[in-house]
Design a protein around this ligand. Structure first.
Ligand code: 6AU
Length: 363
């Protein structure tokens, strides 16, 4: 049903979460369905590549556990670039444990994923409680964020222009959880009386209702539209691994079907799938499919020849994944990372992915 819908149309369908609506609008405005898989091993390389290709992507995917010097600086650096260049961050953690354990892995440890990554992913091998556990942990992270923002606002001295109360002071956008760690400030936390409308504006402003200012092409340029779209809402979402790209993977048939059922039962938190083809089959389905294992055939080589690496990875072209398999976001790692000019290569993938999408929806 969503096969021929534009990203803009899908942003306002029922059953679309606020974060999914934001991402679909972001994709439509930046004209990119490209996710960079930033599989690099140092903070310096990670921030450099984010800066280099940030304008060409809608999502930046990380493997924080391969970054040897991952620290607060990495998280803050990434958030800062994401805000400036307008993309979402997806930590490819592939959770696969019991609920109690994944909650700790998601919010704690050295990585504290829930703080800085809007999107993460999980296998459904342990059963559906993995989704409810992660959703609960996400909700408490959002709640602490709201408390931190609120405390900061109520603690800040009154200003002369108190009338613009629907705008969060710009100083709060640099992650209030970092500057005001509520877990270490119980007194201030308890002094909070209520969550103000300011915060709900910040966390829920991107709702899946039509926004005439950005949902119609009124000729405004990308920058103007991005300004109207605003910052990503402070929300969290999950992708379920429904299929893999690697040779001989076991995520097939009944397993994939169960994954879709679990997603349908948790539409408020599950934004979509990691899969090799679109899995929306019921009228109510509006899941976003992100697909890894994407590479352009080397110049001069025809599309269709089997590509891969020596360790089981299998590649398809953006055209096959988007036009023929109906996927929404192409995930590209080495195809871009190994290029001499990564910025130009990312643009080439963006153009290919976008052309395939336009052809699919008949634009
Ligand atoms: O383009 P590549 O082959 O350099 O990188 C592909 C990226 C890697 C994998 O960990 C990841 O995509 N990936 C995933 C994800 C995103 O969950 C699933 C899968 O089936 N295959 C796959 O390659 O970072």
């Amino acid at each position: 049903p969503t096969w021929t819908c534009s990203y803009r149309e899908r942003a306002v369908l029922p059953n679309t979460s606020s974060l999914a609506a934001y991402l679909l609008r972001l994709i439509a405005i930046k004209k990119t369905n490209l996710c960079l898989s930033a599989d690099v091993t140092t903070t310096a390389e990670l921030l450099a590549i984010a800066e280099e290709v940030g304008d060409s992507i809608c999502v930046l995917k990380t493997h924080a556990d391969i970054v040897s010097d991952f620290s607060d600086r990495t998280m803050k650096g990434l958030r800062d670039i994401a805000r400036r260049k307008h993309f979402l961050i997806f930590e490819d953690r592939k959770f696969a444990d019991i609920g109690e354990t994944v909650q700790k892995q998601y919010t704690g440890g050295p990585l504290r994923i829930a703080r800085w990554a809007e999107i993460t992913n999980a296998h459904i091998l342990p059963g559906p409680a993995i989704v409810t556990a992660l959703r609960e942990a996400a909700a408490s992270t959002i709640a602490s964020y709201n408390t931190a923002v609120h405390t900061e606002i109520t603690a800040s001295p009154p200003t002369d222009h108190d009338d613009d109360h629907d705008v969060v002071p710009s100083s709060t956008s640099a992650d209030p959880l970092e500057r005001l760690d509520v877990s270490h400030a119980p007194d201030r936390k308890h002094s909070v009386v209520s969550i103000s409308t300011t915060i709900s504006t910040r966390t829920e402003s991107i709702s899946p209702h039509p926004r005439p200012d950005i949902d119609h092409d009124d000729g405004a340029d990308t920058l103007a539209l991005l300004e109207r779209l605003g910052e990503a809402p402070y929300l969290r979402s999950l992708l379920l691994l429904a299929e893999m790209s690697s040779e001989g993977h076991l995520l097939t048939g009944a397993y994939t079907a169960t994954c879709v059922q679990i997603a349908r039962a948790h539409r408020d938190f599950v934004m979509g799938f990691i899969a090799q083809h679109a899995l929306n089959s019921e009228p109510a389905d509006n899941f976003i499919t992100m697909s890894p294992g994407v590479q352009l055939p080397p110049a001069g080589q025809k599309d269709g020849k089997k590509l891969g690496d020596a360790l089981g990875q299998q590649y398809n072209s953006p055209r096959k994944i988007v036009l023929e398999q109906g996927c929404d976001v192409i995930i590209v790692g080495r195809g871009i990372l190994k290029a001499a000019d990564r910025r130009e290569e990312a643009e080439r993938y963006r153009r290919e992915g976008w052309r395939a999408y336009e052809e699919r929806v008949g634009l």
